[in-house]
Design a binder for this molecule. Structure first.
Ligand SMILES: C[S@@+](CC[C@H](N)C(=O)[O-])C[C@H]1O[C@@H](n2cnc3c(N)ncnc32)[C@H](O)[C@@H]1O
Length: 272
């Protein structure tokens, strides 16, 4: 997806982005904080920070540390600045491409990538950037929504898109965990690399109170193809009467898998 399109989507989503899936976003952020193994004086950078969920979950730990959030979306960054206006942590927020940031080499102890990898054109470049920024022994962790995409309701949606010949959104919905590990293992920057790469899968049921709320969340995350409104209207009409999508109480329940990749930055030849 082009950077301009990503920025436009998340500018339009505004504060509705976080409220559309707050449990999912908070779960992803809290898992990242755990895997980053933050200590009180760590310097953290959050690449693709949105309105600052990860920094918010790290705030209590970083009593003597610092935090920087980077994002393409002006509106998400405004929300983040507003969120931490009174925070003693005083995080800094920068609007730029997280794959090629202006931060110095080896300037932080931990890098988080919350639900951002599938949006970028070259995910490996983003992982490389995380490696470049991290000091030796520091940690990198990323979350991605896994496959099947949003359980049975998401799979029905993908099936209908496929059958109507609509290309899936450029967001790589079926991000492959093996591919993520491969990309991470090939991340060589300036003699340093990602080591101890692990990937975990966490599955939780999330629900939205109505079909419209679920559909709205998909739009706010940029998961629906842009410029195909007619076709999407038809698909939404089909899905909202499908009992594999909407339960008798009107709720949409999805078994969502979250993949959590974490690694340590190390130096030297891994085979020696
Ligand atoms: C699904 S949101 C995740 C936001 C936040 N990390 C969270 O966990 O709630 C994806 C965010 O990544 C940002 N983003 C996507 N590609 C980016 C890039 N190349 N550089 C900076 N930000 C990017 C988007 O603007 C958006 O705010």
């Amino acid at each position: 997806m082009r950077n301009e399109d990503i920025a436009e989507i998340f500018n339009a989503s505004g504060r509705d982005y976080e409220s559309s899936a707050s449990e999912l976003i908070n779960l992803s952020a809290s898992m990242l904080v755990e895997r980053l193994q933050l200590s009180t004086s760590d310097d953290l950078v959050d690449l693709g920070c949105g309105s600052g969920a990860l920094i918010s979950h790290s705030e209590q730990r970083l009593t003597n540390g610092s935090a920087i959030g980077i994002d393409l979306s002006r509106v998400q960054l405004e929300l983040a600045r507003e969120r931490f206006r009174l925070s003693p942590l005083e995080p800094r927020f920068i609007q730029e491409d997280a794959s090629a940031s202006s931060l110095d080499n080896r300037s932080v102890d931990a890098v988080g990538l919350g639900l951002v990898l599938p949006y970028v054109e070259r995910p490996q470049q983003l992982l490389k950037e995380a490696t470049r920024l991290t000091r030796l022994g520091g940690r990198v962790a990323a979350t991605v929504i896994g496959a099947p995409f949003f359980g049975a309701p998401g799979t029905r949606l993908l099936g209908l898109l496929e059958r109507r010949g609509v290309a899936w959104p450029e967001v790589e919905l079926q991000f492959d965990p093996r591919e993520a590990v491969r990309l991470a293992l090939l991340c060589d920057v300036d003699g340093r690399r990602l080591d101890d790469v692990t990937i975990e899968e966490i599955e939780r049921e999330f629900w939205w109170d109505s079909f419209d709320e679920w559909w709205r969340m998909l739009r706010l995350f940029g998961f629906l193809p842009i410029g195909r409104d007619r076709v999407l209207e038809g698909i939404a009409r089909d899905l909202c009467v499908d009992d594999r999508v909407v339960d008798p109480d009107g709720k949409v329940r999805c078994a969502v898998k979250i993949w959590l990749l974490s690694a340590t930055v190390s130096e030297g030849d891994p085979w020696v």
